[in-house]
Design a protein around this ligand. Structure first.
Ligand code: GLU
Length: 426
């Protein structure tokens, strides 16, 4: 892309995740004929917290990082959503991600609102000690706003079980007793749920299993392209491979690998772990991350980051099913193109909801102090994902709308109902 293209205001607008989210929200609200008072309340976040986080770096100097937590909606329960660490975290992105959590939790009908956090930092350049101090001070700054009944963070990009353990410990130190349910995605030994680590990838597998039935496909004759190889893409690809799917491409941040006969995914992931890249993996073609999206396949699963499918490349997407493992991988402008080309979309707020569904199970288990076997977790996850998939598809058919609009309408309708029943404290 040339510099002029990068700076094009239309492109910047298209790639603003909050605008993308709002466009879908407005369309769904209009189709639902949403009451203007409810619209006014639901279109904005409930609360946005901005913090400046001083961290003692290994050099001995203090560096101050900027962080956010957006609590989008509480109508159905405590705010819920991950925390991401990245150099390009932006308030509009966190706002969109928080709203997506509200709609996601409503689509799968778990009793949470939506929230999201972000810290502007470059975790690749930070030591483990610096990350721990950053996490603890960020958590301490949010102490009055988070908690099992208020807002329950979880991992997201560049945060993990260790990050959650630090937050849980920091919160517990201030509370003077251990509060496991303040975060989800913790290590199993510290009150985490079995199956949580794989939950987003497993949820993706469950909805893909449902979607291929509509195309009379079975796993061995379904070619899948996965963008990403982290907690969603990597685990998703492994589970799809184990379920007999032909995963023909997968990528990391440097680019993708492709073999039309299928890739040995466990071997590719082992290679990635050893060399930190897929680039030297043998017997494959190398493609860029954008070329990967345009490969011939049955299922395309973008599991990396936002804005991968835009108006500019949507026309070249060749999959039959788009299963959005990432949050916001498709811009609102690209929706129309995919729809006109007959792509069956499993929207992000459904496709990647397995993670927050098992987060809900983790929160429940923490509060009971009684932990379930992995089979129980996976079976309950399957029940939720299959039922939600069918709810969305039925809604789309009954209202003659595309599946993304259906998912938004279903979610907004649920949040609107609860808001109306509670009444607006105005
Ligand atoms: N970060 C994940 C998401 O975007 C999980 C959130 C959670 O479990 O609260 O859905």
């Amino acid at each position: 892309m040339t510099k002029a293209m990068m700076d094009d205001p239309r492109r910047i607008r298209e790639e603003n995740p909050f605008e993308s989210m709002m466009e879908r929200f407005d369309r769904a609200a209009q189709l639902l004929n949403l009451n203007p008072d409810l619209y006014a309340v639901m279109r904005v976040p409930s609360r946005e917290i901005k913090v400046y986080v001083p961290v003692r770096m290994d050099s001995g100097r203090i560096e101050v990082f900027e962080g956010f937590r957006v609590q989008h909606n509480f109508a159905r329960g405590p705010a819920k959503g991950g925390i991401r660490y990245a150099p390009d975290v932006h308030i509009d992105e966190v706002r969109a991600l928080a709203a997506w959590m509200t709609w996601k939790c409503a689509v799968v009908n778990v009793p949470f609102g939506g929230g999201k956090g972000g810290v502007i930092c470059d975790p690749m350049q930070m030591s483990i000690g610096e990350l721990e101090r950053l996490t603890r001070r960020y958590a301490a700054e949010l102490i009055d706003f988070i908690g099992p009944e208020r807002d329950v963070p979880a991992p997201d990009m560049n945060t993990n079980e260790q990050t959650m353990a630090w937050i849980m410990d920091t919160f517990s130190m201030h509370a003077r007793h251990t509060v496991t349910a303040v975060v989800t995605g913790k290590p199993v030994e510290l009150g985490g749920s079995r199956g949580r680590r794989e939950a987003t990838g497993r949820g993706l597998l469950f909805v893909i299993n449902e979607a291929i039935k509509r195309f009379k496909l079975s796993p061995p004759n379904t070619r899948v392209v996965v963008q990403g190889s982290g907690n969603v893409g990597g685990i998703g690809a492994r589970l799809l491979h184990e379920a007999g799917y032909k995963v023909v491409a997968i990528s990391d941040i440097f680019g993708g690998i492709y073999n039309p006969d299928g890739i040995d995914i466990p071997a590719a992931l082992a290679h990635l772990q050893q060399t930190r890249s897929l680039q030297e993996f043998p017997n494959v073609e190398h493609v860029s991350n954008s070329e990967l999206l345009e490969l011939e396949c049955d299922v395309l699963a973008p599991c990396a980051t936002e804005n991968q499918i835009r108006s500019e490349n949507a026309g070249r997407i060749k999959c039959r099913i788009l299963a959005e493992g990432a949050n916001g991988p498709t811009t609102a402008n690209a929706d129309k193109i995919l729809h006109n080309n007959g792509v069956f979309v499993i929207p992000d707020i459904l496709a990647n909801a397995g993670g927050v569904t098992v987060s809900y199970f983790e929160w429940v288990q923490d509060r009971m102090g009684y932990f379930w076997k992995e089979e129980v977790v996976n079976e309950r996850l399957s029940d939720v994902m299959v039922a939600s998939f069918n709810d969305v598809v039925k809604y789309a058919e009954n209202h003659n709308v595309d599946t993304r609009t259906a998912a938004y309408m279903l979610a907004i309708d649920r949040v609107a109902y609860d808001t109306r029943m509670r009444g607006i404290y105005a």
